[in-house]
Design a protein around this ligand. Structure first.
Ligand SMILES: [Zn+2]
Ligand SMILES: [Zn+2]
Ligand SMILES: [Zn+2]
Length: 222
């Protein structure tokens, strides 16, 4: 299986589609991340269609989708009681992918966005297409309407020279004729940082209880 790759800025710009700022007062926490419990401030967080709650970043979105009673690979809800990680892998395929790409080579480790993209592709193809187009996906044709890829993705560029942006001349021309789709989708690069390191958080005067748990990837493996 071919997995789309996010670079860090790409993940941020693609995720901008899901940005939501809950109402509240500037300088006060507005609500909490549904996965890690960190406070969400005026910069907002992500609200993914089909997933309840607000999430502060990709690790937390993937935690929301693939933890607890959900298949660790595809996110399907599972009813049988938890015994071991195998009890949270709904099919042989999911098991094989999980062991190969999460526990194995780490390509789909928590927070990489890969399992999220696969989930989105399956559950919400239209949204998937949109996020893939707006994100800077490494190794894919940068024409948002590229018709040459598989499974709704733009064409892969792996066989082309490094630095190549488009799979063919037609894509280059089409992309350059639609400047509205080409402008940087990320107006607030601040957002790329880990929110725990933001200056706002450092200067917040109260000692907030720090919830731990799902940030710890190893806790997620069991
Ligand atoms: Zn979080
Ligand atoms: Zn599954
Ligand atoms: Zn193309």
């Amino acid at each position: 299986m071919k997995l789309a790759t996010y670079d860090s800025s790409g993940a941020a710009s693609g995720l901008e589609l899901f940005r939501y700022v809950p109402p509240g007062v500037e300088g006060s926490p507005r609500c909490q991340c549904a996965a890690c419990g960190d406070h969400i401030w005026s910069s907002g967080a992500y609200r993914v269609p089909g997933l309840a709650g607000l999430y502060c970043g990709m690790p937390c979105i993937e935690t929301g989708l693939f933890s607890l009673n959900h298949c660790r690979w595809c996110g399907r809800e599972m009813e049988k009681p938890y015994t071991s990680v195998e009890s949270r892998l709904c099919s042989e395929d999911c098991g094989a992918n999980y062991f190969a790409h999460v526990l194995g080579d780490g390509a789909a480790r928590l927070g990489s966005g890969k399992r999220f993209l696969l989930w989105l592709q399956r559950k919400q193809p239209a949204t998937y297409r949109e996020i893939v187009s707006s994100a800077t996906l490494e190794g894919f044709c940068k024409n948002p309407r590229c018709p040459n890829g598989e499974n709704g993705q733009p064409a892969s560029l792996v066989h082309l020279r490094a630095g190549t942006k488009y799979c063919c001349d037609a894509c280059r021309v089409q992309a350059q004729r639609s400047p509205d789709r080409q402008k940087s989708p990320s107006k607030t690069p601040v957002f790329i940082e880990d929110s725990r390191n933001s200056s706002r958080r450092k200067t917040f005067p109260l000692k907030l209880p720090k919830k731990r748990g799902w940030r710890n990837t190893s806790a997620f493996r069991g």
